[in-house]
Design a protein around this ligand. Structure first.
Ligand code: HEC
Ligand code: HEC
Ligand code: HEC
Ligand code: HEC
Ligand code: HEC
Length: 230
């Protein structure tokens, strides 16, 4: 601040004082008037099974006291701080999901896709994060496109393929809508994988399930949902 004229500096400090004061009053009012659970408006309807959850089951408070957050915000607004601080809540992490959806095994565990060779999959699908495929507030079960297996399984060739129409052939013909007809993504359903293409669940049954409809894979899970399992 060496080259800033004395008067300008004083004005900027005064302005900081005003902005800070106003923010503090507004935050105080908000704390008094608005209950914790609804302090920010939801973006849309809860996803499948989530209508009884509290906002704070997924949205954890951001670090720092309210006063520190407000101070950082005021500095940012005045151009005295470069980054806009996280205000109120943090990004929803995988940990928030696995609090209730813990699995001892997963055919596609998110942490595997942190490896460098999955950079493309991260860029295209965000396969390292639950919330990329299960975007919340959309009122559905899964937001991933059913053809997304194509991102990672282009080179699939089984040595002894048990299918009547081989995986190699399905992929050569870009039949990506068939995959979820025989495989569930997490492998969390207790079931037998079909071996005949005509036994695969219809593409419509799959898109209905992703949208929140009944499960074609049955309801018998290896690792059922628990509240606050960890
Ligand atoms: C099951 C977890 C979960 C619950 C419960 C939940 N949210 Fe969210 N929310 C998310 C996720 C994940 C995102 C990020 C959106 C995305 O990626 O599509 C989000 C995004 C938001 C956003 C947009 C801002 C942002 O950070 O992107 C608001 C606002 C919001 N939620 C409010 C609420 C409110 C209010 C409630 C309670 C009525 C609530 N949420 C309950 C998971 C949840
Ligand atoms: C506080 C516990 C809790 C948290 C946190 C939570 N869920 Fe859930 N979730 C549930 C419950 C309860 C259900 C409904 C029971 C069921 O169907 O398994 C459910 C259902 C689901 C379903 C549908 C399951 C089905 O078979 O119909 C998906 C998908 C899901 N949650 C994903 C997520 C993701 C992704 C996150 C993190 C953004 C998350 N959940 C956070 C408790 C939670
Ligand atoms: C690359 C996309 C993708 C990611 C990342 C992903 N899922 Fe899923 N998830 C799916 C698809 C597709 C289904 C539907 C097929 C099935 O039931 O396995 C599904 C189904 C589910 C279900 C319902 C069936 C079951 O297994 O109980 C739950 C719960 C769930 N996911 C939770 C999670 C959680 C928690 C994470 C993060 C640890 C996560 N998912 C990450 C794609 C994804
Ligand atoms: C982000 C990359 C990625 C996506 C997207 C993806 N997979 Fe996979 N999948 C993998 C990797 C990596 C493995 C493990 C292969 C290995 O261990 O050699 C795997 C394994 C599998 C397995 C064998 C699982 C087991 O436990 O034996 C099946 C079946 C499978 N994937 C089907 C699918 C289907 C169906 C889809 C689309 C719904 C899909 N995958 C989407 C990367 C992916
Ligand atoms: C008609 C049912 C069916 C269809 C459709 C199908 N699969 Fe499979 N898939 C199987 C069976 C059966 C196996 C043998 C292993 C098993 O029992 O899970 C298998 C094995 C796999 C494996 C494990 C390979 C290994 O080396 O262990 C992957 C990965 C896989 N499938 C991905 C896919 C993808 C991607 C698609 C879509 C292009 C697809 N599958 C379509 C039934 C099917």
């Amino acid at each position: 601040m060496q080259n800033v004229p004395h008067a300008t500096r004083e004005r900027s400090i005064k302005r900081a004082g005003y902005v800070f004061g106003i923010l503090l009053v507004l935050a105080g009012l908000a704390l008094v008037l608005i209950p914790q659970s609804s302090r920010f408006a939801a973006k849309g309807p809860a996803n499948t099974g989530h209508d009884k959850l509290a906002c704070t089951d997924c949205h954890k408070e951001a670090p720092g006291t309210l006063r520190q957050q407000l101070q950082a915000k005021a500095y940012y607004l005045l151009g005295l701080r470069e980054t806009n601080p996280t205000f109120g809540h943090e990004r929803v992490s995988n940990d928030a999901c696995t609090d209730c959806h813990a699995r001892g095994q997963d055919a596609h565990p998110t942490h595997r896709f942190l490896e460098p060779r999955f950079k493309e999959a991260r860029d295209q699908l965000g396969a390292e994060s639950c919330a990329s495929c299960h975007r919340e507030h959309k009122g559905v079960r899964v937001t991933m496109a059913p053809t997304s297996c194509a991102t990672c399984h282009q080179d699939l060739a089984l040595k002894n393929d048990p299918l009547d129409v081989s995986h190699r052939e399905l992929i050569a013909k870009a039949q990506w809508t068939t995959c979820l007809g025989c495989h569930d993504y997490h492998g969390n359903h207790k079931r037998q994988t079909q071996q005949k293409l005509e036994d695969a669940y219809a593409a419509k049954a799959i898109t209905d399930y992703l949208a929140g409809g009944p499960s074609p894979y049955g309801n018998d899970l290896k690792f059922p949902t628990q509240w606050g399992a960890r």
